[in-house]
Each structure stands twice: as structure tokens, then as C-alpha cells.
Unconditional design. Structure first.
Ligand code: 1PR
Length: 523
């Protein structure tokens, strides 16, 4: 029996699903005493350090946790569940951590994109029962901007390299904690959870130590989902965002089945975009929530969901905030939410005064669930101009001249699934959203969408150069070589594709096989 400490933030469902998949039974902490009587305690932390410690203290969990840890009882902390063990964090000055491990939690100080998002390796410094049966060269899923910095090395279980070497897991007696997410790390992650559950006290197996680790470029499968004319939720795919063929919505499969297939084929992440979310209300769109719940039962890599994340008033006049919509998605198994149309409107509003209200969907969701949980989905279209001075937008010089030989263009943001162009360029949108707290940019390109002509490298470079958060290149993948090209010619951290995967033209395995030994990837 595993006792799960759920303090009400983020995607705990994934941890529950992963433990149950490994045959574990779960009870959830309802009172401080439940911690003290736990046989084995799993503490998945999500969100921000300050609000986590506030809730733990308020609910009287913090004191119970301190006692449980002091008694050296079996404990597995995940992500913020590791950071909570330290004395304090740079993320929340003046807030005390559990203080079980002397030292601090520090923000990444590196030129690399922060948050550190994706699959990275571990270098093992101690033997641990957690790693029984693992090969040693596996990669695990990380998503964080802060990392533990213990005062001495005695508790360091693993380190990982990201700009420099940081502590990615700790172990002291029966207390273990990982900065990475085992529940999101495919088979090796599930193995760690099983090892924790089954820890029989046998001598732990040493793990082969690798020499340095490297963050992998991610390959993401995207499922554009909407109801067809008969009301069934289907995965569809457009050409330049037009998803209809002879009047019918293209039907490329069932969302839950496809998500599972892509997980099994080696996708590093799965993204669902509810493409009519801008006009429907997702909380009335229960099938989409059901899709997420069912997918998260069998998919143990990160899930992002987008579409319709904004403030909303339902037909009875009840108001919902974007934060409430996002919360429902997180509860249903999402790790990240992606905001499209609303991000454009938020950026436009912000640019009028440059004053942060703290109330926009981006700021609110980032505050509660952390920056890494907020992805901005950008839907730009190329607009050619004769000179850089022709418009007030961020203009680039292009190697692909326009119809009248124009050598310059800008990327116009659109809303409502490309139906409405706005007076805002994609570079400015990305910058503003980063300022407001977004953790990642999903960079589509309407001109390339469904074209199989390759990614728009000029767009990706322009946006990537303007922000320090990770950028996912999207739209236009037609063959494995296009992924190689986007990773070699731009600094994008991830590449996303839809059509070629759905139509089985190029399976994910083929993309990975092509990239192997050319680009760092998760095998
Ligand atoms: O505006 O917050 O409600 O979110 C709506 C979301 O739905 C946005 O993320 C927007 O990108 C997406 N969306 C809206 N309409 C469409 C459409 O296609 N008609 N899909 C749409 C966007 C673009 C990519 C696609 C890549 C890769 N899909 O995600 O998967 O272009 O395709 P490819 O590899 O086949 O070229 P909101």
C-alpha cells in the first residue's frame, strides 16, 4: 500500500496511474496522521515552492512529514517533493523547507533555456534499490527551473548535466527523491516506481556510471482533436489549418488509441489540441476531458492539452476562469496546458500599458502550477513586405522571396484557429508571453502546416533568438531528414509533427533511427 501525499496542485493522476500500472494500491493523505501511519509515502510536488510549503504548513502536513523523515521511513519525493527536503529555496524567499537535507534550492544559472525541460541522463553516485534492473544509460523526464544544492555530497544519489552538473536525486537511508518524474519517464521510470514499491531490503545493485549527460531533443506527436459532423471526437489534420475534405472533417483516428500508439512507438511527449476550443467551452466538452483521463492511464510521457483555455461564462451565466479550466485539465492527467488565442489577446492588452496585472491566464496558471506548465501555442502566418520599415512589426530578411520578389516578411499572429489575423507579430508575442511567465513556446506555422515541405527555419530562428524558454518547432515535417535539419539549423529544443505520423508515412521509430548518432535523442 502506497500513501500518496496530494496537496491539491497539478497532475497527481499520472503518479496514481503509474503506481497502479505497477500493481500498487494507493491511499491518499487526508490528515497529518495519515502521513505518520504510512507504510510507504510518495510525495509528488508540483507548482511553486512557496505555495507548496504554505499548503503543507496550513494542512499540518509539514510537521508530520518532518517526523516521518526523521524516523527514516520509506519515502519517495518527486520534483518539488525533492526540493521540499532542503532548508529553503530561491524561489520563495523567507519560506522554510522541511530542512531534512542541509542546503538550498537554487535557480538554474545557465545560458541554456530555462526551464530545463525534457529527457536527460543521470550519473549515479551511490548504489540504490531504486535503480535495480536499470541499464544505466536511460534518460528521464525533467521539467524544472530550480534544483537542489545540498551543502555536502553525502546525500547525493545522482547528478545530471545542464550547463553544469546539478543534483538530480538524493538518498539518505530510506528517504529518496528524484528531480525527474519517474511517472513520466516511460518504462525506466515505471521500473523505479516498482523498485520503490517492492524494495525488499536486498543489497542494491550498482548502476553503471555514464560519463556526462546530455538533454535530448524531443520528438512530439500532436493530435488535433475536434468533433466531426456526427458529434464523434476524432483526430483530424488540416492543410494550412483547413481540416475539411469534400465538406467532411478528416478523420484520422481515435484520440486515445493514437496517443497510446505514439507512446509505444517512442514519442517523447504527446500534445492534444482541441482545435475548436476557441468557440466551445472545454468543461462542457467532457469527451475531451475523458480522452485525457483515459490516455493518462496508458501513456507515461508528458501530456499537453490546448484549446479553449480562457475565462468563460457558460449558458447559465456562471463565470469560469482560465485557471479553473486549466485545473480541470491538470486533474484529468495533463502536465502542461497550451494557450493559443487568449495569449494573443493577453499580449495585446499588456503591450498597451506594459503593466503586469497578475490576473492574466498566463500569470495565474504559472503562479499556481509553475511556468513549465504553461505553453503558448502560436499560430502565425507569413506576411511579405517590401522593406523592414514597411510595418511596425519584427521583420526578418527572408531567403524565400515573396510573390513580388519581396525580401522581407513578418509573422502575423492569428486567433481562432487561424481564422482571424491580428496586428501582432509572433516574435513579440513569444517575448511578451515569456515575460508574463510562460514556460515554453509551441511554434506552429500556418503556411507550412500539413505541407510536408519542412519546418519554417526562419520563423523558428527568429523566435528562438528572442526568448530564453524552450521552443517546440511545429508544422511542415515531411520526412525524418526534416527533424535533423531543424535541430541542426535552429536551436529548437523539440520538434512536433502530426500528419506524417497519423498517415503512417514516417513512424516515430524511423525518425529516431535517422537521428541516432546525429543528434542527442532519447533512444
Ligand atoms: O486558441 O487557445 O483555443 O487553442 C486552439 C489550438 O488549436 C491552438 O493551439 C491552435 O494551434 C490549434 N488549432 C486551431 N485550429 C487548428 C486547425 O488546424 N484548424 N491546429 C489548429 C493547429 C497545428 C499544429 C499541427 C502542426 C503539425 N494544429 O499543432 O499539428 O502544424 O502538422 P504537420 O506535421 O501535419 O504539418 P485556443
Amino acid at each position: 500500500m502506497i500513501t500518496l501525499l496530494d496537496y491539491g496542485a497539478g497532475n497527481v493522476r499520472s503518479v496514481i496511474n503509474a503506481i497502479e500500472k505497477m500493481g500498487g494500491k494507493i491511499s491518499t493523505v487526508r490528515r497529518g496522521e495519515d502521513i505518520l501511519t504510512a507504510e510507504k509515502l510518495v510525495f509528488p510536488g508540483v507548482g511553486a515552492f512557496g505555495s507548496m510549503m504554505e499548503i503543507l504548513t496550513e494542512k499540518k502536513y509539514a510537521e508530520a512529514l518532518r517526523q516521518y523523515l526523521a524516523a527514516d521511513r520509506p519515502f519517495l519525493g518527486i520534483c518539488l517533493g525533492l526540493q521540499a527536503l532542503l532548508e529553503y529555496s530561491e524561489e520563495a524567499s523567507g519560506v522554510k523547507g522541511l530542512g531534512f537535507i542541509p542546503g538550498a534550492v537554487k535557480r538554474f544559472r545557465t545560458d541554456l533555456a530555462v526551464p530545463h525541460i525534457g529527457w536527460n541522463g543521470i550519473q549515479v553516485c551511490q548504489t540504490s534499490p531504486l535503480f535495480r534492473g536499470l541499464k544505466g544509460d536511460e534518460k528521464f523526464y525533467f521539467v524544472h527551473s530550480y534544483h537542489a544544492a545540498p551543502e555536502d555530497d553525502s546525500t547525493v544519489l545522482t547528478t545530471t548535466d545542464y550547463g553544469y552538473s546539478f543534483v538530480s536525486a538524493v538518498q539518505k537511508g530510506n528517504i529518496t527523491a528524484t528531480q525527474f518524474h519517474p511517472e513520466k519517464s516511460g518504462e525506466p521510470g515505471l521500473r523505479i516506481l516498482r523498485n520503490f514499491m517492492e524494495n525488499s531490503g536486498d543489497a542494491p545493485m550498482p548502476l553503471q556510471v555514464s560519463s556526462g549527460t546530455c538533454l535530448a531533443k524531443r520528438i512530439i506527436a500532436c493530435l488535433d482533436v475536434r468533433a466531426n459532423d456526427r458529434g464523434d471526437l476524432v483526430v483530424t489534420k488540416g492543410d494550412q489549418y483547413d481540416v475539411r475534405e469534400e465538406g467532411e472533417v478528416r478523420n484520422l483516428g481515435k484520440p486515445v488509441e493514437l496517443a497510446r500508439r505514439y507512446y509505444e512507438e517512442g514519442a517523447d511527449e504527446i500534445t492534444f489540441l482541441n482545435i475548436t476550443g476557441f468557440r466551445d467551452f472545454p468543461l462542457e466538452d467532457m469527451p475531451m476531458i475523458e480522452v485525457l483521463k483515459q490516455s493518462s492511464e496508458n501513456v507515461f510521457v508528458p501530456l499537453t492539452i490546448g484549446g479553449g483555455i480562457r475565462d468563460y461564462r457558460d449558458k447559465n451565466g456562471r463565470a469560469y476562469t482560465a485557471l479553473e479550466v486549466a485545473a480541470e485539465y491538470f486533474r484529468s492527467g495533463a502536465d502542461k496546458v497550451s494557450i493559443g488565442s487568449d495569449a494573443v489577446l493577453i499580449a495585446e492588452e499588456y503591450l498597451k500599458s506594459r503593466i503586469k496585472t497578475g490576473k492574466s491566464a498566463i500569470e495565474e496558471i504559472a503562479r499556481v502550477y509553475g511556468n513549465q506548465a504553461v505553453v503558448i501555442s502560436v499560430d502565425p502566418r507569413r506576411v511579405y513586405v517590401k522593406s523592414p520599415e514597411a510595418v511596425k512589426h519584427q521583420v526578418i530578411r527572408t531567403e524565400i522571396p515573396g510573390p513580388e520578389g519581396e525580401e522581407y516578411c513578418w509573422y502575423q499572429c492569428t486567433v481562432k484557429g487561424g481564422r482571424e489575423g491580428r496586428e501582432l507579430d509572433a516574435v513579440t508575442l513569444a517575448k511578451v508571453c515569456e515575460e508574463l511567465g510562460a514556460g515554453e513556446i509551441l511554434l506552429n506555422c500556418i503556411d507550412r502546416d500539413g505541407s510536408s515541405a519542412g519546418f519554417d527555419l526562419e520563423l523558428i530562428r527568429a523566435v528562438k533568438n528572442a526568448v530564453s524558454i524552450p521552443v517546440i518547432a511545429s508544422s511542415g515535417a515531411g520526412c525524418a531528414a526534416h527533424f535533423h535539419e531543424v535541430f541542426c539549423k535552429t536551436a529548437a529544443e523539440a520538434a512536433l509533427a502530426a500528419g506524417i505520423f497519423h498517415r503512417r508515412e514516417v513512424p516515430i521509430g524511423e525518425v529516431k533511427a535517422y537521428l541516432k548518432d546525429k543528434v542527442e535523442i532519447r533512444p
